[in-house]
Write a protein that binds this ligand. Structure first.
Ligand SMILES: N[C@@H](CCC(=O)N[C@@H](CS)C(=O)NCC(=O)O)C(=O)O
Length: 207
């Protein structure tokens, strides 16, 4: 088999999404630590693989791919193992909708507006910016209401099958739940908390 390499860092939620999919598919891969946040030199040299200098980037033999949604679909379709995409048009569209809403409306407030502001910055001795946190809490609450409604009483976001949508949501909600403000928001949604536990079990089985 051609080598699979993931240019990433463990702390990045987008990298965690790809890592989760690789694990669930049981694909062997090598992590190439690429901390684009560390310095301009690393960022500049990473532009060879990613013109926007972001992580993750996947390489499979001489095939190179960036953008998490493209990477996860490629992994699901290129490797054997459990299938992570539904078969019906309606369920596939739902999966894409959830992935897209996480990218468009959830990532920024949950990760940067709440987790980074309320947990990472204070750990560095910096003060969170109250207006940023307030706006992020409002935006994240809307996302959580929508997610709770989409999940309803199902086991996973596209009914009973774990899909790429679940893999896209999980690292962002885990990240949110690492700080008190995020935990408080999640407590309003018992079905999302149950789903997080279900996902943790799946992740543990995939290791
Ligand atoms: N649209 C990209 C987003 C990836 C992304 O935002 N990655 C972050 C890390 S979580 C990054 O590389 N940030 C570096 C920067 O913005 O300079 C994807 O889906 O892969």
């Amino acid at each position: 088999m051609q080598a699979v390499q993931l240019h990433a860092i463990k702390q990045s939620v987008y990298c965690q999404i790809v890592t989760l999919v690789l694990r669930l598919k049981n694909v062997d891969f090598q992590l190439i630590e690429t901390n684009v946040f560390a310095c301009e030199e690393i960022k500049a040299s990473h532009a060879v693989l990613h013109p926007f200098k972001k992580i993750p980037v996947l390489t499979h033999g001489d095939f190179t791919l960036y953008e998490t949604v493209a990477i996860t679909r490629y992994i699901d379709e290129s490797f054997a193992g459990r299938v992570l995409q539904p078969t019906t048009a309606a369920q596939r569209a739902k999966m894409t909708q959830i992935i897209s809403l996480m990218d468009s409306y959830a990532y920024q407030p949950m990760v940067w507006g709440i987790y980074v502001e309320c947990s990472v910055r204070p750990a560095r001795g910096e003060q969170p910016t109250p207006e940023v946190v307030t706006a992020a809490i409002e935006a994240a609450s809307v996302c959580l209401n929508v997610l709770a409604e989409l999940l309803a009483e199902q086991s996973y976001f596209c009914s009973e099958q774990l899909t790429l949508a679940d893999c896209h949501v999980q690292p962002m909600l885990e990240c949110l739940g690492k700080c008190l403000q995020g935990k408080a928001l999640l407590r309003n949604h018992p079905n999302l908390q149950q789903w997080l536990l279900r996902m943790q079990q799946q992740v543990a089985l995939a290791r």
